[in-house]
Design a protein around this ligand. Structure first.
Ligand SMILES: Cc1cc2nc3c(=O)[nH]c(=O)nc-3n(C[C@H](O)[C@H](O)[C@H](O)COP(=O)(O)OP(=O)(O)OC[C@H]3O[C@@H](n4cnc5c(N)ncnc54)[C@H](O)[C@@H]3O)c2cc1C
Length: 477
């Protein structure tokens, strides 16, 4: 059978692999170029010291077509479990009631009642007084995420339960996050509600005048899904499935320029990693790179106003990821810990054996993944492993997770320029014109998204669109 066309896929991350995985079903001739030496992009799992770790914790939101996609790739090799997550703040672990969202900021939150019941009397009095003050000032509009949260929970609680997280992960003060439209004073009064009722209200979302969902509280899913051998099993399985005469991988190959003529990409200039430049052509191009990178690679350049839009975004951050092998089985009952406490530098801790028992070779071992977010010019970014060991292990000791002598092995990864997850919401509000500009390219699909579920779904539907189905690929956030 003649091939329906030649595809060039740029980037062998989850979205590039998914584009190839879907396209091979339809007989396309596929070339994948990848700058790195292996596939998987930001979604990989590696074995170390008898434990398996994701490079950065990855979770698998499900439902509908997305769940079908996971199942198609790993079949029955997955786990289903009830997550027991915690927030660590004020020197204690508190259980997580769900995700709270204001404007573009979304994060887990500790249950206010759980916090108020367990903190010292003096602190509780201060929290409640600050809440009462915020209620009395409730006539003015909320302009920032901080205004809104202060109103709901009082500034003292907001400071401990929300601000530290935004600062740590995104390098942002909640007072800097402008709401896209002014919100009316919130109702119901959540703190009051939480003090008297259990469980947490199931939803507080509502739509603004333009019909957009502005504020939401989403309770945790009943059951979570996870590939038995870690997040990287998804990308490994897809790569293993990409075999045959119609599929060619080029690793160590860097896309330098997307050459555009009118509304089409006509070729991609690549460097083979040893300085040799080649031009690759195809009928259709799929690209798993972020918007900003795509804009930099397009030739001719995108209009200056669009270029400025993608540059003026929320600051991107670097992340240092630690993998610690602990010689003890019962380090923590929590799957995932978000560390809001300001005395601790780590922002997130993942206990992989609870996500899947196959992540450890023996029940006497625990693999802890830890993430520390920082600006690129932070001196810690230049530190050697000895210093990093000190930082992460002392954080573990402060939280009472393990003792130094229990750490059998440690290693560290640095991931540069991780855009804050919340940028996903900016895709619709701030970058729409850039997205529209790329959508107007007839034979080019940008499939990178903040979240592998969306990235893979965008890639899958972009391929389906190529074979004649109708899908709003740009609308997948
Ligand atoms: C610490 C961390 C935690 C995360 N946690 C979650 C989570 O819990 N849930 C979730 O859904 N998502 C999570 N993500 C995000 C998720 O990993 C990404 O959304 C997903 O990997 C995007 O897939 P992609 O294939 O579009 O891009 P990527 O994974 O970024 O892959 C792009 C690929 O392109 C290659 N490349 C880049 N430039 C070029 C070039 N010029 N030429 C050729 N190749 C190039 C890169 O080497 C890479 O392999 C997390 C990410 C990180 C870093």
């Amino acid at each position: 059978m003649a091939s329906p066309g030649k595809l060039l896929i740029i980037g062998a991350g989850p979205s590039g692999l998914m584009a190839a995985f879907e396209a091979q079903k339809h007989g396309f001739e596929i070339t994948i170029i990848e700058r790195g030496r292996s596939a998987g992009g930001l979604c990989k799992t590696l074995e170390f010291g008898g434990c398996r770790f994701d490079i950065g914790r990855h979770e698998f939101p499900g439902g509908g077509e997305i769940m079908e996609m996971w199942k198609e790739i790993v079949g029955d090799d997955h786990t289903l479990f009830k997550r027991n997550d915690a927030v660590y703040t004020l020197g204690q672990f508190f259980y997580v009631s769900g995700n709270f969202q204001v404007g573009p900021l979304s994060q887990s939150m500790p249950h206010p009642r759980h916090v108020l019941e367990r903190i010292p009397d003096s602190l509780r009095t201060a929290f409640l007084a600050s809440y009462d003050r915020a209620q009395r000032e409730s006539n003015s509009e909320c302009r920032t995420a901080k205004d809104y949260r202060d109103r709901l929970f009082g500034p003292e609680f907001t400071y401990e339960a929300f601000d530290a997280y935004s600062e740590k992960i995104f390098g942002l003060q909640t007072s800097e996050v402008l709401l896209s439209s002014f919100l009316p004073p919130p109702s119901p009064n959540l703190l009051q509600h939480c003090l008297h009722e259990e469980p947490f209200p199931s939803s507080i979302s509502y739509r603004d005048a333009k019909g957009r969902s502005q504020v939401g509280f989403t309770p945790r899913a009943e059951l979570d899904w996870y590939p038995a051998l870690g997040a990287g099993m998804i990308t490994d399985r897809m790569e293993e499935g990409l075999r045959g005469p119609n599929i060619t991988f080029y690793f160590g190959t860097n896309a330098l320029e997307f050459c555009q003529e009118d509304s089409r990409i006509v070729s991609v200039l690549v460097d083979d990693g040893e300085g040799k430049k080649t031009t690759l052509t195809a009928d259709h191009y799929f690209c798993g790179l972020p918007l900003r990178q795509v804009c930099e690679l397009l030739n001719p350049k995108v209009p200056a106003e669009l270029d400025n839009l993608v540059r003026e975004r929320m600051p991107s951050r670097d992340v240092i990821i630690a993998h610690l092998v602990i010689g003890r089985g019962d380090v923590t009952p929590h799957h995932f810990i978000e560390v809001f406490d300001r005395n601790i530098r780590t922002a997130r801790v993942t206990n992989y054996k609870l996500w899947s028992p196959s992540m450890v070779a023996s029940p006497d071992l625990t693999g802890l993944g830890m993430e520390l977010y920082l600006e690129s010019d932070n001196p810690l970014n230049q530190s050697g492993d000895e210093k990093l060991f000190e930082v992460f292990v002392s954080d573990c000791e402060k939280m009472g997770l393990c003792r130094r002598e229990e750490v059998r092995a440690a290693r560290f990864f640095r991931v540069k320029g991780v855009a804050p997850a919340e940028v996903v919401r900016y895709r619709r509000h701030r970058y729409q014109r850039v997205v529209d500009y790329l959508e107007a390219l007839e034979n080019f699909d940008q499939t990178y998204r903040q979240g592998q579920a969306s990235a893979m779904l965008a890639a899958k539907l972009a391929v389906r669109r190529l074979i004649g189905e109708e899908h709003d690929v740009a609308g997948i956030l």
